[in-house]
Design a protein around this ligand. Structure first.
Ligand code: APR
Length: 318
């Protein structure tokens, strides 16, 4: 049977998600937005590309949650981006309210969906979404790690002039500033990154610059765009998660997932490798961390906990 994918938020990422999902024919698409015209207009525009691209899926736009009923996958990008002058807590407060509305909208209509959240600040918003919606924790997951890993791999590939497909690596922890690149597990064309550094082919200083650039990957793009944030790579990353679920691929992907003792952390969402198949998150994969990685991961989780405390002050019902 044809799958149904609802995209809550039809902005820059939502529209790009719809286009990618249509071209890949992953299922029928419903674009939902409070600004109904944007959802309807983008749906029509993408549908009109079908005769060129050759895909056959239905695409519609709406502002009524009834139309998203019984979705197999829901991807959430509803929210506002941080604007100049806005504090972290201002952004959190606005997006928490939006995510509460979304949770109310989807929990009744699509109780069996696999829900992928992209709205920032990611780790805290996905945790709030799970609490507001009461949907199963293995079915509510955040997109961040694939994006951070993909930025890291791209920068390495450019620096070393190696095809990006030949670079294996991933990052752990919260999205952005505190993410932890898994250097011990990074290989370039089959060779451990460590060896390249020891042999002097790759300078430690260059690596540190790449890690820093990855951490600030989002802001670098915001500076160029001025009026928005990244959307192509975030959309590609969200689609990879949806595809692994819909096609039961069982891919191991770094995602913001609920931890219940894994990596020594409980009752918190954080970026870890997970197996995604048709049951949702089927397993949190625990990789061995070096002492330094453990320290960095725990620092990263601590900052998610602190931001969640700030969220609880804004909405004590959390
Ligand atoms: N319900 C549904 N849609 C909403 C709601 C709501 N309550 N509130 C806002 N929206 C919609 C807006 O109308 C807008 O079309 O969410 C959309 C967001 O789109 P953009 O502003 O273009 O943002 P985008 O670049 O897609 O990023 C969305 O993802 O990466 C994060 O930080 C980013 O939080 C932001 C989110």
């Amino acid at each position: 049977m044809t799958k149904k994918i609802s995209l809550i938020g039809a902005g820059q990422i939502g529209g790009t998600l719809a286009h990618l999902i249509a071209i890949k024919e992953l299922g029928d698409i419903v674009l939902f937005d409070v600004a109904e015209g944007i959802a309807k207009g983008k749906a029509l525009d993408i549908a009109q590309s079908s005769s060129v691209e050759g895909f056959k899926v239905s695409i519609s736009g709406t502002s009524d949650y009834e139309d998203t009923k019984n979705s197999d996958v829901i991807i959430i990008t509803a929210g506002v981006p941080r604007k100049p002058g806005m504090t972290r807590d201002d952004l959190l407060s606005i997006n928490l309210k939006i995510i509460k509305q979304v949770a109310d909208g989807i929990k009744k209509t699509s109780p069996n969906a696999f829900v992928i959240c992209i709205t920032n600040p990611l780790d805290v918003i996905v945790m709030a979404l799970q609490k507001y919606s009461s949907l199963p924790k293995n079915k509510v997951v955040g997109m961040a790690g694939i994006l951070d890993s993909s930025r890291f791999k791209y920068f390495l590939s450019e620096e070393l002039n190696v095809h990006v497909k030949k670079i294996k690596s991933f990052v752990l922890g919260g999205h952005g500033d505190t993410m932890v690149p898994m250097l011990e597990l990074t290989t370039i064309d089959g060779k451990p990154l460590k060896e390249l550094i020891q042999s002097g082919r790759f300078k430690k200083e260059t690596l540190n610059n790449i890690i820093e650039r990855t951490r600030k990957g989002g802001s670098e793009i915001v500076k160029y765009l001025e009026k928005g944030s990244a959307y192509y790579a975030p959309a590609s990353s969200g689609v990879e998660m949806a595809e692994s679920y819909l096609k039961n691929e069982g891919k191991i992907l770094p995602c913001a997932a609920y931890l219940n003792g894994e990596y020594g952390e409980k009752d918190i969402y954080a970026g870890v490798p997970v197996k995604i198949g048709n049951k949702g998150i089927e397993k949190v994969v625990e990789v061995k961390l070096s002492e330094n990685e453990k320290k960095e991961f725990s620092h990263s989780v601590q900052s998610v906990r602190e931001l969640f405390e700030a969220a609880k002050k804004i909405d004590p019902s959390l």
